[in-house]
Write a protein that binds this ligand. Structure first.
Ligand SMILES: Cc1ncc(COP(=O)(O)O)c(C=O)c1O
Length: 426
């Protein structure tokens, strides 16, 4: 059982408050907070799981139901461009990830998109029968591995190998067909060097798929410049597209002639409304579409992306890292570091938008924090994960969340019965 916690006597909240207010004054993104409709008295440290709603997205949700669907009905496919939403949303995501607008399309979920991309890559590599391996990192988000496991069951000539994320370069060999990696580790926030790894994989003839779930909207990346082959990402985290928002696919332009994706549905057909018997893929990333797009959630994501129209990804990254550095300074100064070890990289340049702390009671601590107005999340078996999305968080919020965490740890509030009950979603 962990020992009782007492804050360090040298830690002074009053002088810390003055410092936080000063940092907020210098914040070049502080005006963005007013674009989000967050509940009063809530410090939201879970934008890495589900981004909050913007006023623009709320307005679009109302309009799509009450005007476009209710009144304009089926004509909206044309009059409100519903049919072009996957390309329109893709075009808004493209500048956030350093991609040409014609290389990104919004569709399906990360899981489904990974299946398509793995199949595309294996088909591209099929002429070299020596390439029989799919590599991914140990500790990748489970769905990525599950999808690859399902695929190798269907294609037993391939094997799936899990490798240590700190030793990827040495695992690259000529028998590898595809390397599938998540750029920012979902638990620890550890960031892989996308440019170096992609170049090293290419030197061995390997195609690379990057999962940008914890990258898009929080860290700038240059997919075109770094010659990434393919990537996926989701709309519901830092892009604030709402629960279950559609995901996206990036495909480098040089591969556009070779895309043969397996889910050959009518929306990916070259002429869906010709209703011909035989499948003929659309060109480029349009061929990644499969069935009818989820218009309600795609429209909300489209509106949510407007929050990025006037911000620079470099500022977003700088503030994210400043917020998490500030949290770590206070975690050290308050003494929390002694009882809540941090498993995220200490160097800010090696981490994404979140920090992860371990504790045997991490689940209950997270529940007690939520009850006290600080929303984070728990990842099994013992991780408290906190996200530092910069468009709606202030330095004062960070100080306040440390204050509440210190109180919860000092009073052992988390031991109360109601915080021990595991819910379906943690
Ligand atoms: C790295 C990563 N990949 C994939 C997913 C989820 O994929 P999907 O959109 O298919 O639910 C998550 C969810 O948090 C994730 O963190």
């Amino acid at each position: 059982m962990p020992e009782t916690f007492k804050r360090l006597p040298s830690f002074d909240f009053v002088s810390a408050t003055a410092a936080a207010v000063k940092l907020d004054k210098l914040d070049v993104l502080k005006h963005k907070r007013t674009e989000f409709d967050l509940p009063q008295d809530t410090i939201y440290l879970d934008g890495n799981s589900l981004g909050p709603v913007t006023y623009t997205a709320k307005q679009r949700a109302r309009d799509i139901v009450e005007q476009q669907w209710q009144t304009d009905l089926i004509q909206s496919w044309n009059s409100h461009s519903w049919i072009h939403l996957p390309q329109m949303v893709g075009a808004k995501i493209a500048p956030l990830i350093g991609a040409k607008v014609t290389s990104v399309i919004a569709c399906d979920s990360i899981s489904v998109n990974l299946y398509k991309l793995l199949c595309v890559c294996l088909a591209q590599q099929a002429c070299d029968t020596q390439r029989t391996k799919i590599l991914t990192q140990i500790g990748n988000f489970p769905t990525d591995g599950y999808i690859a496991q399902g695929l190798v069951q269907q294609k037993p000539q391939y094997t799936l190998q899990f490798i240590d994320e700190k030793a990827i370069l040495s695992a690259l060999s000529e028998d590898v067909a595809v390397l599938m990696l998540t750029h920012v580790n979902y638990k620890t926030g550890y960031v892989l060097d996308m440019a170096t790894i992609t170049a090293a994989a290419h030197a061995k003839g390997i195609l690379v798929i990057w999962d940008l779930a914890h990258t898009a909207g929080i860290l700038p990346v240059e997919l075109d410049t770094w010659r990434v082959d393919y990537a996926v990402g989701c709309g519901y985290k830092y892009l604030n597209g709402g629960p279950g928002a559609p995901a996206f696919i990036y495909a480098a332009e040089r591969h556009h002639q070779q895309i043969q994706q397996p889910l050959s549905g009518w929306m990916g057909h070259a002429a869906p409304f010709a209703f011909t018997q035989d499948y003929m893929p659309a060109s480029g990333v349009d061929s990644f579409l499969c069935g009818t797009p989820p218009v309600l959630s795609m429209s909300v994501l489209d509106a949510a992306l407007e929050v990025f129209a006037d911000v620079d990804m470099a500022h977003i990254k700088a503030k994210t890292l400043a917020l998490s550095e500030y949290f770590l300074d206070l975690w050290q100064a308050s003494g929390l570091a002694q009882i809540l070890p941090c498993i995220s990289p200490i160097s800010p340049q090696q981490r994404g938008g979140q920090l992860a702390f371990t504790h045997p009671e991490a689940y209950a601590i997270c529940q007690a924090l939520i009850a006290n107005g600080v929303v984070g999340d728990f990842r099994a078996p013992n991780v408290l994960r906190l996200g530092f999305a910069p468009l709606y968080l202030s330095f004062t919020d960070i100080l306040e969340s440390i204050k509440r965490l210190v109180e919860i740890m000092e009073n052992e509030t988390y031991r109360q019965e109601q915080y021990q009950v595991k819910q379906a979603v943690t």
